[in-house]
Design a protein around this ligand. Structure first.
Ligand code: ADP
Ligand code: MG
Length: 363
């Protein structure tokens, strides 16, 4: 049997460990988002961005992968990209290392790749020291000569080299790091009147968790402070966290004072309820139907199957997606017309779909 027996053009559910908005595949880039399953969280995040809040956290109680934090952030990214022309959404992934330099480098790379430095160049002509310093004077009373000079020098380089140079700026300029440049870099765009950046820093929880031990936590604190100071008034930052990463950040005095993680700043993703699981499945299935398809929205699944799986995986979206993908593959391999509770309850099917034997009442 093939996907067409299930009214599908291909497998809608694939296992993505990390959402990549630069991909053209909508199963990977986060463009497919079941808003109904998110219960107003997307609106809440977009509201904070509209209010120009500097920082918003997207967090989950569970520290396991797959809660849907990145999915929510990506949904906001796509909404801004499609509907709002007064902001420029930027997507970057934090690195797991203890230095913030490479992460800031990735943000800068994402800004360059999206063509924003080129737009800036068209506005200012060339990045001479004077041009850069004049722009910076709109945000800073006394812009650092060293940073302005280096900024001008780096921006004049070919686009392919800029991000790399910022990441490693400490080598040539011992007193400053990439994070110090972050605010200055952002200021240029604001001063030139370009649209405000909304920076989605995904997998930030992993970056936070990479810090253990006093020295490294101290560095996390310093870098975090510089990051927020750099972003403040110029951009909106959206950072992903989870309960364990929150605990680490909360140990930093600066976070408690300036970037508090509380009910206002934090959008908490809840585990999926059974009905949410069905909504999520619908979203993906309907994106892979042939144009003439008129059958049920959740065919080949029986609703109970999706509800049961959602409950079994404790409402984890990533695990649900994986199990639904397994179910389709198993159904096709065994020439099964429809994925019913009876099919799911068969022990070999259950193991291949959920990775463990079925509970007694099913088999
Ligand atoms: N509301 C939703 N609509 C559509 N897909 C979702 C939704 N929530 C989560 N997903 C999908 O579930 C998977 C895991 O979610 P993800 O955002 O990567 O989790 P986290 O970032 O919390 O580890 C991803 O493939 C994601 O696209
Ligand atoms: Mg994630």
């Amino acid at each position: 049997m093939d996907f067409e027996n299930y009214g599908l053009i291909e497998q809608p559910f694939i296992d993505v460990s990390v959402i990549d908005v630069s991909s053209k595949d909508k199963r990977v880039n986060g463009d497919l988002y079941a808003e109904k399953a998110a219960h107003g969280k997307l609106e809440a995040l977009l509201r904070r961005i509209r209010q120009k809040q500097t920082i918003s956290y997207v967090s989950s109680q569970s520290a396991e992968l797959g809660s849907g934090k990145s999915a929510l952030m990506a949904a906001a990214y796509w909404k801004l990209r499609k509907e709002r022309h007064d902001v420029s959404p930027i997507w970057a992934q934090a690195t797991g290392g203890i230095s913030a330099g490479p992460t800031v480098g990735r943000v800068i790379d994402a800004i360059i790749s999206a063509g924003h430095t080129e737009k800036l160049r068209q506005k200012v002509g060339s990045f001479t020291f004077t041009a850069v310093k004049d722009l910076l004077s709109k945000s800073y009373n006394i812009p650092s000569t060293q940073i302005s000079g280096k900024l001008a020098e780096i921006l004049e380089l070919p686009e392919t080299e800029i991000a790399q140079k910022f990441t490693n700026v400490r080598r040539s300029l011992l007193t400053y790091s990439a994070v110090d440049f972050f605010g200055y870099f952002l200021s240029l765009f604001v001063a030139a009147g370009l649209p405000r950046f909304v920076i989605f820093l995904d997998q930030f929880e992993e970056y936070v968790q990479a810090h253990t031990g006093r020295a490294s936590l101290q560095k996390l604190g310093d870098d975090f402070r510089d990051l927020i100071q750099g972003a403040s008034t110029k951009t909106s930052l959206v950072l992903s966290l989870h309960s364990e990463a929150e605990e680490i950040l909360n140990g930093i005095g600066y976070v408690r004072r300036v970037a508090q993680i509380d009910q206002n700043t934090k959008i908490t993703i809840e585990p999926l309820q059974e009905q949410d699981g069905v909504e999520l499945a619908k979203k993906y299935l309907s994106a892979y139907r042939p144009s003439k398809y008129t059958g049920s929205e959740i065919f080949p699944f029986e609703p109970k199957v999706i509800e049961h799986i959602t409950k079994t995986v404790d409402g984890n979206a990533g695990d649900l997606m994986k199990a639904l993908g397994n179910a389709i593959t198993r159904g096709l391999d065994t020439e099964t017309d429809q994925i019913t509770m009876e099919f799911l309850g068969e022990p070999r099917n259950y193991v291949s779909i959920l990775g463990k034997p079925p509970p007694k009442h099913l088999s």
